[in-house]
Design a protein. Sequence first.
Length: 142
Amino acid sequence: MDINEQRYVSLFNAVNYFAFGTLWKIKNFLWRKAVHGFVSKNDDEYHPAVCLGKKNLTSLYQTVPMLLGSHSHKSGFPIRNFAPGKKKKPSFFKIRPYLFSAVDAAGSQRAIEQNEYKPRLEQDEISELKAWLRKGGIRFDD
């Protein structure tokens, strides 16, 4: 691992960057690569994501599980206040984590960005998300 990669990994781990419940915006071209049948009108636009990460990174190429969200889907797990002025809440409806590499969140051409308006779920939302995921068959160590 080169020095720049070590710095990013250390930084991401120090601030718990890819922690469970952090909220993200992932460009559509990455979703298209990860999700079979994903269709987008604009590859430079994004879809919301919630991270299911549970451990520190050891490499920028280590995968991080994320759930796909949509502002147009009505059922699933809703996120409050994801973005300012949005009338619709994004909802996470597929109980299947998609894997992305941390390297896509580094550098000037980032395709994964943390949601600045609301970077992570509130504690009550984290509890609700865990219960929703358990109901769908995903288990946690907590």
